[in-house]
Design a protein. Structure first.
Length: 592
């Protein structure tokens, strides 16, 4: 008894001291923010600390009172709050007050310039930036922002001059140059961005870095609609790219995309024709040239071109696979089948290749050839349970369901019903062949299935339109798994699909109780609310939780959600405040 009373007293003391502790945190964060008012992380922590003890409106009043009695940093912090609340005009007013107290403060000038820019008052913002730029601490940011605002105010030439001045003040900072190029692109100043990117590229000494920057020039040119100039820039990069390198492949991929966007097959063919003349020995050029010819409708020439590649790389499996893919994409299926058959002469143990041949022969309606290829593929899979399941799947894919069923029944006879062969057989039977037998198999498997097996059975039943049976099987076995969260979730989902929401609400409540992280609780609450809302008498669960003598934090969170669902936000907020005094206050805080 003494221990119980002591626990109660300690809980009351903790509850009484909690607001004071949170108030201390608010002041700690506010003190830090006075030194760095625009720090987003600190501001977020200040808001969280305040919300743990009061409402957002109270924080507004608190910061306004501090600003009235304080100095420029207090007004800047109030401006941050007003901007956070969507009151942009109020933020500017607060910064005006800060500048009345310290007219030349560069940080405040910079802050007001950003606020003015947000409401498109660029000319006024430029005045503040001119003052802020006098301070070396914020000079770079102010000067960069000045160029951006000049561009947005309709003065692109002045914007470029401003950015060039920034570059002149930091001549060795290539990262700054790249940032300014991105700014120009973002402001739609593509001509200026091309000039700046070319200048940066020309001044780059390292060959690899120079090639990458030339690629960026090509990208900007393409974005500006200057395809010919972009292609010329890509050609320059290709000239310095090592053979078979990623850079070589990347250049050609981007050129292909550039021509494809404009559906310019003839232009792409011309590009590769020029490359072939310049680089007659580069294999990748021949490959891509062949593909471009195929796109242009010149299949015979494309095939002849790729055969040149195969002469250079006679034993290269990748090249031969690419050739087969080329033939398939060009609709030359007979030639593709012949190439695969030739490849199988030296790789007859490749089951995937036999399957590929089967697919092509099916398209060609070569029934004898199809049967041969499928039988070869099946013969190459292992003779264990997994292999027999794989063999049945091959039979299924190629229109031989009887052979698939025979194979799976043999696997079940050899390896038992409880494994993947039993599951595969049930799925096969459920798909129109013998659905009642499939249900019997699933029920038999469920009698001894472990947790993973039950989940698999439930998913299969639900996917095959047997959600009610899935719910019945899980409900029967739940007692042996002590409220396993995954099985609870599967049961609730099955109940939802089976239109048995009311029967599963107790399990959904148990799932809520077992949630100990905000993410898990959110998922559990969503499932519980879905089931409750579909019950015939949803308010009974609200009444049941309200009447509970000692609800846990998770139950209080659910009660709050139910109040919110029934339109009583005040009751929901009251319950969540109470929940924060419970054993898991972080869960309640996350829900608030």
């Amino acid at each position: 008894m003494t221990t119980g009373w002591l626990a109660v007293v300690l809980t009351i003391i903790a509850a009484l001291h909690a607001p004071a502790q949170e108030a201390d945190k608010v002041e700690q964060y506010r003190g830090l923010l006075l030194r760095r008012p625009e720090n987003a992380v600190l501001f977020g922590r200040l808001v969280d600390a305040w919300l743990a003890q009061g409402e957002m409106a109270g924080l507004k009043q608190h910061l306004e009172a501090k600003a009235t009695a304080g100095g420029p940093p207090d007004w800047r912090l109030l401006a941050v709050f007003r901007g956070f609340a969507g009151d942009e005009a109020g933020a500017i007013t607060a910064l005006d007050e800060a500048l009345k107290k310290s007219p030349e403060d560069p940080a405040t000038r910079l802050a007001r310039a950003k606020a003015l820019g947000a409401v498109t008052r660029f000319e006024e913002a430029l005045v503040d930036l001119a003052v802020a730029a006098k301070d070396p601490v914020v000079r770079l940011e102010a000067a960069t922002l000045r160029g951006k605002f000049l561009a947005r105010a309709g003065h692109p030439a002045q914007a470029v001059t401003a950015w060039q001045e920034v570059i002149a003040a930091h001549p060795t900072d290539d990262g700054l140059r790249e940032d300014l190029i991105e700014l120009e692109i973002g402001e739609g100043m593509l001509e200026e961005a091309v000039a700046a990117a070319n200048d940066l590229t020309d001044k780059t000494a390292d060959p690899y870095q120079k090639a990458l920057r030339r690629m960026r020039v090509a990208e900007i040119l393409a974005q500006a609609g200057k395809k010919n100039d972009a292609v010329a820039a890509y050609r320059e990069v290709f000239a310095v790219a090592a053979e078979s390198s990623w850079l070589e492949r990347e250049v050609l991929a981007r050129v292909n995309a550039l021509f494809s966007r404009e559906d310019d097959a003839a232009g792409l063919r011309g590009f590769y024709a020029q490359l072939r003349e310049t680089y007659p020995r580069r294999v990748v050029v021949k490959k891509e040239a062949a593909r471009s010819l195929l796109v242009s409708g010149e299949g015979d020439e494309a095939v002849a071109m790729f055969r040149e590649v195969l002469k250079v790389l006679p034993g290269d499996r990748v090249a031969r696979d690419e050739f087969i893919a080329l033939l398939e994409s060009g609709g030359r299926l007979k030639d593709a089948a012949d190439e695969i058959a030739a490849l199988l002469a030296t790789a007859d143990k490749d089951a995937a290749l036999w399957e590929k041949l089967a697919g092509i022969r099916r398209t060609l309606r070569d029934q004898a050839g199809l049967k041969e290829a499928v039988d070869k593929a099946v013969a190459l899979v292992p003779a264990n349970e997994a292999g027999m399941v794989a063999a049945a799947a091959i039979y299924q894919r190629y229109g031989r369901p009887d052979d698939a069923q025979r194979t799976l029944r043999a696997a079940v006879k050899t390896h038992g019903l409880s494994g993947e062969a039993g599951e595969a057989l049930a799925v096969l039977l459920a798909n129109g062949i013998a659905p009642d037998e499939a249900l019997g198999l699933w029920r038999e498997m469920a009698k001894t299935a472990d947790r993973e097996g039950l989940l698999r059975i439930a998913r299969s039943l639900t996917a095959n339109g047997r959600a009610a049976d899935a719910y019945g099987i899980l409900a029967t076995r739940m007692a042996g798994f002590a409220g396993d969260p995954l099985l609870l979730a599967a049961l609730c989902q099955a109940a939802q699909f089976a239109d048995q929401a009311g029967a599963a609400v107790p399990q959904a409540l148990e799932m809520v109780r077992q949630a100990h992280t905000p993410g898990d609780l959110e998922t559990a609450l969503r499932q519980a609310i879905t089931l409750v809302s579909r019950d015939k008498e949803p308010r009974q669960w609200l009444d049941e939780l309200t009447a509970k003598a000692k609800p846990c934090t998770q139950e209080l969170c659910l009660l709050a959600e139910l109040h919110e669902t029934f339109g009583d936000s005040i009751a929901a907020d009251r319950v969540l405040k109470l929940a924060q005094l419970g054993g898991e206050p972080l869960l309640a805080a996350a829900q608030r």
